[in-house]
Design a binder for this molecule. Structure first.
Ligand SMILES: [Zn+2]
Length: 260
């Protein structure tokens, strides 16, 4: 090595957990990337970290850590003045038994990272997954609604009642149970609430049509599997209900309209 301060394998190994979690500064990232290009054992170790990081990230729950825990951890990390300040993950790695398994090091680093960043990046990843799922659901709903129209189905517009600007499009075929609801401009939902679709018979019986949430623009989709053919119902309506839905509506309809 001609570089005067080329990092050693041990130094690189200290950076690896944070590297695998994409938590390193650019220069440190460069050191690791450069080293693993020429060092087979470190490359293998990094792959092990990367695989673990992927699995742990997928398993990370999307919930906020209690703030007192974060404060206590930060206090403890700040109270380690033995050496010139080094990144927190290196100090954490130093607490662990010397030949700690990559899984143990990474799990510990990840646990602290989750608390300190208040799940910033884990939440970003889970938000990304949620966006992908919402996009897929939206595309599926649009595809199904077009199929229904092509097969002679009907489209009715639901008007906002509790929220005048809100609207919905309900696609269905009277002699089938499947229907599609696409909403726009629905008011945002408070935490722990969902929208629930009600299928209402001519004599006022309300069947559950399923629950859904909406994005920031009030856009939501629901693919409905009704308990009866849609011809059994005279109206549909959407109410705000506690997460999981209610056995019967507990709020006035946000949007509703006749379907027969
Ligand atoms: Zn090495």
């Amino acid at each position: 090595m001609t570089e005067p301060h080329a990092p050693t394998c041990a130094e690189i190994a200290e950076l690896m957990p944070a590297y695998a979690l994409e938590a390193l500064a650019a220069d440190e990232r460069g050191h690791v990337a450069q080293h693993v290009r020429v060092c087979g054992p470190c490359r293998a170790l990094l792959q092990e970290y990367a695989d673990l990081a992927e699995g742990l990230l997928a398993a990370a729950p999307a919930c906020a850590a209690p703030s007192h825990l974060e404060a206590a951890l930060l206090r403890r990390l700040r109270a380690e003045p033995t050496r010139p300040p080094s990144p927190w993950w290196q100090r954490l790695a130093a607490w662990l038994p010397a030949p700690a398994r990559p899984a143990a090091v990474l799990a510990a680093v990840l646990a602290v990272a989750l608390v300190i960043s208040n799940l910033g990046w884990a939440r970003a990843a889970s938000e990304w997954r949620a966006q992908q799922a919402a996009l897929a659901a939206s595309l599926q709903a649009q595809h199904l609604s077009m199929e229904m129209l092509a097969a002679g189905g009907q489209r009715v517009v639901l008007q906002g009642s509790a929220a005048p600007e809100a609207s919905g499009e309900f696609y269905f075929t009277p002699d089938h149970r499947q229907a599609v609801l696409i909403t726009a401009d629905m008011p945002p939902l408070p935490a722990g609430m969902v929208y629930q679709l009600w299928l209402v018979t001519a004599d006022g019986q309300r069947d559950n049509g399923g629950v859904f949430s909406v994005d920031a623009a009030g856009h939501g989709v629901l693919i409905v599997d009704a308990p009866h053919d849609l011809a059994a119902y005279a109206r549909v309506g959407v109410t705000r209900e506690p997460a999981g839905g209610s056995p019967a509506p507990t709020n006035p309809a946000t949007i509703n309209g006749p379907i027969s």
